[in-house]
Design a protein around this ligand. Sequence first.
Ligand SMILES: *Cc1c(COP(=O)(O)O)cnc(C)c1O
Length: 367
Amino acid sequence: MNYPSGKPHIGDQEKKYVMEVLDSGVLALGPFIKRFEVEFAKKVGTKYAVSVSSGTAGLHIATMCAGLKPGDEVITTPFSFIASSNCILYVGAKPIFVDVDPVTYNIDPKEIEKHITKKTKAILVVHIFGQSADMKAIMKIAKKYKLKIIEDACESLMAENYGKNVGTFGESAVFAFYPNKQMTTGEGGMLVTDNKKIYELACSLRNQGRDFNPQWLDHKILGYNFRMDEMSAAVGLAQVEKIDWLISERQKLAALYDKHFAKYSDRIQLPLTGPGNNHTWFVYAILFKNKKVKRDEVINKLAKIGISTKPYLPSIHLFKFYKDLGWKKGDFPISERTSNSSLALPFYIGLKEEDVKQIVEKVVELA
Ligand SMILES: *Cc1c(COP(=O)(O)O)cnc(C)c1O
């Protein structure tokens, strides 16, 4: 067996577009960037999209655009990929973690309100694993306390909450295109917004602080080089053109896992979907019901027979440099329990029912 944990789906159109770029000789700041941004914004349903070099770069720009600064507090989730909290530290603000909901593993709105202080400026919401956080409740809190919302939608492209796309709730939202995500550009990301000022500032920050309508060497503010290149944008354009198909294939695959795990519900906790949500499946992560099963041993045993699985995700507050800021084991029990026991299975387009069946059998043997 040889099942990686994930891999991208690259078709002929991606290759055709990339060859167009290479043949044109315009490898940066060219037409594919614009085409990709226009199509992406259309798909998500925002006025503007700004391509960037990674999801992390997009989140960094989002916290700068929100005007966050030292002394500000930002409420967020510990159950995420580390970039969603690091981007708060990048601008000198303080992440304030609160625990997550045990069904979706997204930030628990009931915990948010307890942690709002005079210093709270924003909520950085992460839509984890492919489904939306409880945005009805979160938007209500944001309105009541006049807090900004930034969405980390890196794992949940095309996910909806009561029919509204993730990425359209906050003042800005960020998507990521690393090869294990729902769509890829290699490395890459996208900031989306409906706010013209944020759009223009984001364009400037990613491009060395140049003016929005740049005179080539006119740098107005301290910026960065967070630009996406044309080859990546070419891949991204082909991917976004087929995003509905990419998502529906992932949904079919999740349904196959559900089907083959169904008779083992005494041993395996399947992923659950929260109210009002669809699921676009960044990962398919299960839990073992038997507390004696050691997840990390299962990962090693499966790796030996060619099945790659991942311990998604470690709780951010327990990484050393976050512990140094004052957090400790036991602070967020639901996040920590999930971190210690959840197992993400091989998940990519191309897995057939036979493969799923085989993987399920091997996992269940160890449960
Ligand atoms: C993938 C991901 C990011 C961004 O990752 P990059 O590798 O920088 O593109 C940010 N937040 C979450 C939750 C992610 O899963």
